[in-house]
Ligand binder design. Structure first.
Ligand code: NAD
Ligand code: UD1
Length: 359
């Protein structure tokens, strides 16, 4: 499908992988990003993979009129934006507890600006990056979309608020279509090794911490908690390959194009993996040992979280294809070729068995 799509947050981790899959599917994405947690190099790498220089507008959703100006410019050029994939936002749970206003401003008010701009330009299709964190402490597993939303931190509450806002909009306007994708734990990197996760500071999340230990940037991993009621006492999560997640956005863009109304969809594999199982999978996929140390539980963590992903299969025809071993191999390939993320000086080479555009 050759629709023009605005991708907010398109320079980030999930955004860049989504651009690659959108382009492969024939969409024409335009990126709007303030580069607060990303860099231009990520988009240069997308161009190396796809052969397409994605139009990029540097701007902030919170700036009044900024996103509206982009929609107006594309409309004037006779190539109106037809739908928005809204990935931009802040995502660190701990930071959201320490500085909640930053999260309400960026994730909620920023989204409101976007929705006003869309309304002013008659754009009625949106795919939103939500999170499994909206469920809070699971009342049952696997988590189905009808599980109550009881987020237990400000970040999660901003996601739930936006979901409520979108549901209200769809109820008020039967022509409005919104798909909210509740991601479980995306990890790994594009198979080329040219794009991947690039945390600005010490990683909060498990997988980028593991790869930074593997590459020698950090001495040891702390394993938070060993007395959960799980297979080995450590926390269990539903890790999914970021390329599978990106494919989910393509499926959601196609779905929302055809289908008005509000739809919430989990994107996960349905499989739980413990911290120790992920370490073991990484070591066996890469041959690199990960020294680790038992530490107390992290405040706010749940014992286990994994998706019921049948709705994604039924509505989007989507299911995850890549294994935990694939996630480990590809995440390590990215980290090894880019030990300092996009700040790495030497230009990394793509894996030889993965086709990339020669530009
Ligand atoms: P990321 O930080 O790599 O990407 C987010 C992008 O949004 C960045 O490029 C950043 O510069 C941009 N951005 C932030 N605020 C902006 C603003 N006001 N205006 C314009 N651009 C802005 O994060 P990611 O991991 O790619 O996550 C993308 C989305 O998915 C986020 O909304 C996040 O909350 C959500 N999400 C991520 C995960 C995860 O594990 N990575 C899990 C669940 C949900
Ligand atoms: C975190 C966020 C969640 C967000 C999700 C996806 C918190 C409390 N929750 O969840 O809102 O949607 O990321 O990005 O931050 N672990 C270690 N050592 C580490 C890091 C993590 O043992 O250095 C453990 C954790 O205790 C957990 C598992 O690894 O059991 C996964 O942690 P993480 O990658 O941070 O993801 P979530 O906890 O699912």
């Amino acid at each position: 499908m050759s629709l023009s799509l605005l991708v907010t947050g398109g320079a980030g981790y999930i955004g860049t992988h989504t651009l690659v899959e959108l382009i492969a599917a024939g969409f024409r994405p335009v990126v709007f990003d303030n580069l607060s947690n990303s860099s231009r190099q990520s988009l240069d790498r997308v161009a190396r993979i796809t052969g397409v220089a994605v139009p990029f507008v540097e701007g902030d959703l919170r700036t009044p009129g900024a996103v509206a100006a982009v929609l107006a410019a594309w409309a004037r050029a006779g190539d109106p934006i037809q739908a928005v994939l809204h990935l931009a936002g802040c995502k660190a749970v701990g930071e959201s507890v320490a500085d909640p206003l930053k999260y309400y401003d960026n994730n909620v008010i920023g989204t409101q600006h976007l929705l006003h701009a869309m309304r002013d330009h008659g754009i009625k299709r949106l795919v939103f990056s939500s999170s499994a964190t909206v469920y809070g402490v699971p009342q049952h597993l696997p988590l189905r979309e009808d599980h109550p939303m009881v987020p237990n931190n400000p970040y999660g509450r901003t996601k739930a608020m936006v979901e409520d806002m979108l549901a209200d909009l769809c109820a008020a306007d039967p022509e409005f279509g919104a798909v909210t994708l509740r991601y479980f734990n995306p990890i790994g990197a594009h198979a080329s090794g040219l794009i991947g996760e690039n945390p600005a500071d010490t990683p909060n999340n498990l997988f980028p911490y593991i790869t930074q230990v593997a590459v020698g940037r950090r001495a040891k991993l702390s394993v938070f908690g060993d007395d959960y009621d799980t297979v080995d006492g450590t926390g269990v999560r539903d890790y999914l390959h970021v390329t599978d997640l990106a494919r989910g956005h393509v499926a959601a863009a196609n779905y929302v194009h055809a289908q008005p109304g509000f739809t919430a969809i989990n994107l996960g594999t349905g499989q739980g993996t413990s911290v120790l199982e992920l370490i073991a999978a990484f070591e066996s996929s890469t041959g690199v040992a990960i020294p680790w140390l038992g530490s107390p539980r992290r405040a706010g963590d749940v014992a286990a979280s994994f998706a019921d992903s049948t709705k994604a299969q039924a509505l989007l025809g989507w299911s995850a294809e890549r294994s935990v071993a694939d996630m480990c191999r590809d995440g390590w390939h990215w980290q090894q070729g880019n030990p300092q993320g996009y700040d790495t000086v030497a230009t990394p080479r793509a894996r030889e068995d993965v086709a990339v555009a020669a530009i």
